[in-house]
Ligand binder design. Structure first.
Ligand code: DX5
Ligand code: ZN
Length: 224
């Protein structure tokens, strides 16, 4: 099943509970939470207190994407706040194996993220440790950026690596996903679609969610 994870980065932060309820009503099955520290990426967003507040207003799993330096220092705090999934950047982790183990030992689902310039081969040794691999289809830091088509090749490579090995991770994609790009992502093999601007940027978040999920499910019929 293809799932949509609306990114609250583009939501109205003064009405987060309503915005999350709207996307849940539209069929979203995850909530994507972008955490930025102003160091790993050139932007600052939210921390554990917002995750704790979100936890009280939705039963959907919280998919927390850490775009921070030294993520090990904060994993406990995000798990305590209610994060269900925690993904860390390969580029930010010196001891990636240990970081992923810590996430799992605390009871959250570990995921690993790669930037557009990072080859999938750098993940080979940890693919059997993660529940999801998040392929960035923009350079992280901001919502509303243009999708980078070359990242689709990495999705196909990951799917091939999974088929050849014993790992069973799911493939997630994040950045620039909207009505014009969603079908290409699904056809390449993406199973979890993150979308911020296309859900919350304009119009009605519930209807935008429904529309994106419809396009995604139509595209699964055309998978190559
Ligand atoms: C970007 C974030 C994304 C962002 C996606 O650094 O990781 O999750 O919210 O936003 P859109 O869908 O607007 O590109
Ligand atoms: Zn993200």
């Amino acid at each position: 099943m293809v799932e949509l994870a609306p990114s609250i980065l583009s939501a109205d932060f003064a009405h987060l509970a309503d915005n999350v309820q709207a996307v849940a009503d539209g069929g979203a099955t995850l909530v994507h939470v972008d955490v930025m520290d102003g160091h790993f990426v050139p932007n600052i967003t939210i921390g554990p207190p917002v995750v704790a507040s979100l936890r009280k207003c939705t039963r959907l799993p919280l998919d927390v994407h850490l775009m921070i330096e030294n993520p090990d220092q904060f994993i406990h705090a995000f798990v305590d706040a209610g994060a269900d999934w925690i993904s860390v950047h390969q580029e930010a982790c010196i001891h990636l194996n240990r970081t992923l183990e810590v996430i799992r030992s605390l009871g959250a689902n570990p995921g690993v993220v790669i930037n557009p310039a990072t080859p999938v081969e750098t993940l080979e040794e940890v693919l059997d440790m993660v529940d999801h691999v998040l392929v960035m289809s923009v350079n992280p830091g901001f919502g509303g950026q243009k999708f980078i088509p070359a990242t689709l090749g990495k999705v196909r490579k990951l799917a091939a690596m999974r088929a050849a090995g014993k790992a069973s991770f799911r493939i997630e994609m994040d950045g620039g996903i909207g009505p014009d790009t969603i079908a290409d992502a699904v056809r390449a093999g993406v199973e979890i679609l993150v979308a911020g601007n296309a859900v919350f940027g304009q119009g009605n978040p519930r209807e935008n969610t429904q529309r994106l999920l419809k396009l995604a499910s139509e595209a699964t019929l055309l998978r190559v």
